[in-house]
Design a protein around this ligand. Structure first.
Ligand code: SAH
Length: 255
């Protein structure tokens, strides 16, 4: 009987992998990976390691998740080191919790290896500090793609009024509606909004708008993107960066 490691691959750039993730990928007998995992990371696996793609498009189906759970169980019984590799952090909207629970219920040993979540890592690379003294002392990470069946966890939009910075994941297709609801609960329509597409990669692109524009004339944005709502977005223009192999260097900060 093997062990399953639920490993966070970070937001994109290879070097944002943790040392622990690096070591485990190198020693894995099988890696089951998601859609947003950088293919360069998979090259770290040994030649005889089996690489299995189990990615799902947004708006995932339960059946697909059940299949993934069964696959994990199968490999836990047939291989030694099973790596379940997920984009960002495995416990941030990655259904890692469900997989861990399923495996634990079936008597499989599981270890979780946290990763840098796109929720914090992507804005940071794009030059947006999600907290900033005097500007933002709180942030929340929210799904922009809520399953309408999950009544108990439905978003309390009123409560989002009092949080300084809002970070939405999986929000591209609902971006207009999100802006509308935030204005409705009383957020300032002039509040800036940034979309960071393919953050930390060479293809990173940032689109900046405000809540009013977004609610009325939404700009084109392509997934995957992190959506940041808050005055901290204004800091970006003072934090100029050089985008070089997905890396960003802060060269000046004038407030
Ligand atoms: N567990 C992941 C999130 C999974 S949900 C994490 O911690 O990062 C998938 C969403 O994450 C995408 O829809 C997008 O909103 C965001 N995302 C992940 N990687 C991204 C990247 N490189 N650039 C922009 N958004 C990203």
């Amino acid at each position: 009987m093997g062990k399953v490691y639920l490993v966070g691959a970070g937001p994109g750039e290879l070097e944002l992998l943790t040392l622990k993730a690096y070591r485990l990928i190198k020693s894995a007998d099988v890696v089951l990976y998601d859609r947003l995992v950088n293919p360069e990371i998979l090259l770290l696996a040994k030649p005889e390691c089996q690489l299995i793609y189990v990615g799902k498009e947004e708006g995932k189906h339960t059946l697909e998740q059940e299949k993934i759970n069964e696959l994990l169980l199968h490999y836990a019984h047939t291989k030694e080191v099973v790596v379940r590799l997920k984009g960002g952090d495995p416990f941030v909207f990655g259904r890692g919790g469900e997989e861990a629970l399923f495996l634990a219920e079936h008597g499989v040993e599981v270890e979780v290896v946290p990763g840098i979540s796109s929720a914090t890592g992507v804005p940071a690379y794009a030059g947006i500090p999600i907290t900033f003294r005097g500007l933002s002392s709180s942030f929340a990470v929210i799904t922009g793609h809520e399953d309408p069946k999950k009544e108990r966890t439905s978003i309390d939009w009123e409560s989002l009024k009092g949080i300084n910075t809002l970070v939405f994941l999986m929000a591209v297709s609902n971006r207009k509606e999100i802006a509308r609801r935030l204005i409705e609960v009383g957020r300032d329509p002039k509040e800036p909004v940034a979309f960071i597409e393919r953050g930390t990669t060479r293809e990173q692109r940032v689109v900046i708008t405000d809540l009013y524009e977004l609610a009325n004339y939404p700009p084109e944005v392509n997934p995957p993107a992190v959506m940041v709502v808050g005055w901290v977005v204004k800091l970006k223009k003072y934090l100029t960066q050089v985008i070089n192999k997905g890396a960003s260097k802060v060269v000046s900060c004038v407030l």
